[in-house]
Design a protein around this ligand. Structure first.
Ligand code: FAD
Length: 394
């Protein structure tokens, strides 16, 4: 039977970083994964270019029942530390928006860097190795794998959340953590498009592909960013961001003209160009296809002179843009969600080392924990930071 100082289950962003750090410190480490290829989510991330960090990543960019939990790891291994590695490996990168970093070429550059570092420090990687049995022993843990049984003193759960089951996501970390007494903050799909039904879906029919800049708000939480109509509902960065804060039944307020008072603009146009047709005025505010749909829904002929529209009718027009308050029917769920909100409750996990306070020797890192970043590179940063922190303690 082979024995290790540390076995890390999950060869994603967090698991690989953790394996590298432990191997660097001379530990005998293996990272195991049930999938055929490691780091599949890195491969598909950021449209294939991996938005690998955000230079301003800070605790305020993370959702958690325990908002202080992420502080220590982010501080000890932050975005600049990861960027140093990217630069040291000569990986070309660029800012998309200020601080949001992507590879110039391909996400594969990041995967190659991680796999290369793991190998260089003597860490092993075993793929297609599902865990068939797991027992606690006086020395640590014993794992049954298809190729035999292995023992380890430290065990790291790095199997991520539930999003994209097709890519190998499982609730493995949740099950094991619960078995050792940890609570679970109910997981739900985050950074996910909304779906609409009934009249709401009828309203957006024909708008699929129309995009604009918008503001989405739930209570005090607000994001202003790109917005996209899809054939089933609403997407784009602003909607993905707000989805992580949404619970079924909640109203989302959408402003399709952030920073502009649409009603005031239309009243002003009624004064200054009274003979203009509303069908020619509205496209100055929103994309043509959307303006046509708004006129259809409010039953206003495009040839109507703006002078002939009362305040009440202008208000009916702008109510579909600003604020457009709606209760989504649901989300696209884990099938397309970029992240899982919720996860292993952090209250009995050390924020310094990610070690369980209920089961010494057990560590939980990455998305499996109840720490969820905003869109923009924050989720990978949490994977790097938590993986690094655990790696120092193995
Ligand atoms: C389409 C998409 C795009 C994204 N783009 C970005 C982006 O650009 N920037 C960003 O910051 N975040 C992005 N994210 C989020 C980011 O990918 C995750 O937050 C991050 O990968 C989490 O890292 P992790 O190591 O905790 O888990 P994962 O990367 O999910 O890795 C978990 C690993 O565990 C393995 N595993 C699961 N169950 C088992 C099991 N039972 N036994 C053995 N192995 C198992 C899986 O095969 C996987 O390799 C994106 C996510 C998606 C889905």
């Amino acid at each position: 039977m082979r024995s290790f100082d540390a076995v890390i289950i999950g060869a994603g962003a967090a698991g690989l970083m953790c394996g590298i750090e432990a191997a660097k410190r001379g530990r005998k480490v293996v990272v195991i994964d049930h999938a055929r290829a490691p780091a599949e989510k890195i491969r598909i991330s950021g449209g294939g270019r991996c938005n690998f960090t955000h230079l301003e990543a800070a605790p305020k960019h993370y959702l958690s029942q325990n908002p202080h939990f992420c502080k220590s790891a982010l501080k000890r291994f932050g975005p600049w530390d990861f960027l140093d590695r990217v630069i040291a490996h000569h990986i070309p990168y660029h800012h998309k928006t200020e601080g949001q970093l992507f590879c110039d070429n391909s996400a594969k550059d990041i995967i190659d860097m991680l796999l290369g570092d793991l190998r260089a420090h003597g860490g092993e990687l075993w793929l297609q190795s599902p865990v068939q049995g797991l027992d606690q022993t006086p020395q640590g843990f014993r794992l049954s794998l298809p190729d035999g049984v292995i023992e380890t003193t430290k065990l790291v759960l790095a199997t991520g959340g539930l999003s994209i089951p097709k890519m190998g996501a499982t609730g493995f970390a949740y099950e094991v953590a619960q078995r050792f007494g940890h609570g679970l903050i109910t997981p739900r799909a985050g950074l996910v498009p909304f779906t609409l039904g009934g009249q709401k879906l009828d309203y957006i029919s024909g708008l699929s592909g129309v995009s604009l800049q918008a503001r989405a708000r739930i209570g005090k939480t607000m994001f202003e960013d790109g917005f996209l109509f899809t054939h089933r509902g609403l997407s784009g960065p602003a909607m993905l961001q707000i989805s992580s804060f949404w619970t079924p039944g909640q109203t989302v307020e959408i402003d399709l003209l952030p920073g502009t008072d649409a009603l005031a603009v239309l009243k002003e146009r009624r004064q200054s160009t009274p003979r203009q047709h509303i069908g020619n005025v509205l496209p100055d505010l929103v994309p043509t296809r959307l303006s046509e749909r708004i006129l259809e829904v409010t039953i206003i002929a495009p040839e109507t002179r703006i002078a002939d529209l009362s305040d009440k009718r202008l208000s009916a027009l702008t109510a579909l843009m600003q604020p457009w308050a709606l209760i989504p029917d649901g989300t696209e769920g884990y099938r397309t969600a970029e992240v899982t909100v919720g996860g292993v409750d952090t209250t009995q996990v050390s924020s310094q080392t990610m070690e369980s306070q209920l089961c010494p020797g057990l560590f939980i890192i990455g998305e499996a924990l109840d720490v969820t970043g905003w869109l923009g590179g924050y989720n990978f940063q949490w994977a790097w930071s938590s993986g690094w922190a655990a790696g120092q303690a193995l």
